[in-house]
Design a protein around this ligand. Structure first.
Ligand SMILES: O=C(O)CCC(=O)C(=O)O
Ligand SMILES: [Fe+2]
Length: 272
């Protein structure tokens, strides 16, 4: 089916925190991109090891970037993004864009998280970033991210509607904390099948979680402030373009906040 934009994409984005532009990539482009991501996979395993989750940013590696540029310029896609977000939003800055990949050896999952706030100790978030986070929750310029699947990809799960909640629910905190690095990420001491089950049990332990099922050529736009997770198995080939979707001002802000976080972390370390 040829992709057709509708206002439901806008309504869904606000209500659930994500929307999918189904089959928006032409098949010839998917094919060109798959060829390059086959190379990206080899490079990622070499650079990061056989459990690599991603290669990012693409511009750092010896790849033919032309198909990614063509993807970035797709008029239907840019138009759909501009309608859901604003005309100032752009994607496919190849100095940021990455590819998410399947692990080569064993299943694993990330922990349940909300990007940025869960990438630092809670006290650092609360003292340094809480105020701006609360504002960004309702700011369409902020916290937009994309996954664009080149193969069918059900790896990402999300809690619909959680993007609008500034405070976590007790059950969400409990579900997140059930993550065990040995059990869900490290080299398994159990079979791959058991590891897969253990990860799935952790993933589905989050209240309200739904699986984001993408088909090849689908483009998902989502609020990175929503609860989400990646759950990976080696038997399912994955090459999913992963990117932020920002305005120039948001891009500057994202760069500016990193040293602030580093400083707050260093201070916390000195204080403890
Ligand atoms: O694999 C995915 O789709 C999600 C990855 C993710 O959320 C992350 O690495 O922060
Ligand atoms: Fe994330």
């Amino acid at each position: 089916m040829v992709f057709e934009f509708s206002e439901k994409h806008i309504a869904d984005y606000h209500l659930f925190g994500y929307t999918v532009f189904r089959e928006i990539l032409p098949s010839a482009l998917v094919e060109d991109l798959r060829k390059e991501t086959d190379k990206a996979r080899e490079i990622a395993y070499e650079v990061t090891g056989s459990q690599a989750q991603r290669l990012q940013p693409l511009s750092n590696y010896d790849l033919n970037l032309q198909p990614f540029k063509n993807y970035g310029e797709l008029p239907e896609l840019n138009d759909a993004i501009h309608q859901v977000l604003t005309p100032n939003h752009y994607h496919a800055d190849l100095e940021r864009t990455g590819i998410l990949l399947e692990p080569a050896e064993y299943p694993w999952c990330t922990d349940w998280h909300r990007d940025w706030r869960d990438h630092m100790p809670e006290e650092v978030f609360e003292s340094e970033f809480r105020e701006e986070w609360d504002e960004q929750t309702f700011d369409i310029d902020a916290m937009n991210q994309i996954n664009c699947a080149l193969y069918d990809d059900p790896s990402t799960w999300i809690v619909p509607g959680s993007h609008y909640r500034q405070r976590n629910l007790p059950g969400e905190v409990t579900a997140k904390r059930a993550f065990d690095a040995e059990k869900h990420r490290g080299k398994p001491t159990v079979s791959n099948t058991q590891r897969e089950r253990d990860c799935l049990a952790y993933v589905t332990g989050m209240p309200g979680a739904v699986q984001l099922r993408l088909n090849a050529g689908d483009f998902a736009l989502y609020r990175s402030s929503a609860w989400h997770i990646g759950n990976y198995v080696p038997y399912r080939k994955r090459a999913t373009i992963h990117d932020f979707c920002g305005t120039p001002a948001w891009s500057d802000y994202v760069r500016e906040r990193v040293p602030r976080k580093d400083e707050a972390m260093a201070q916390l370390k000195t204080a403890t």
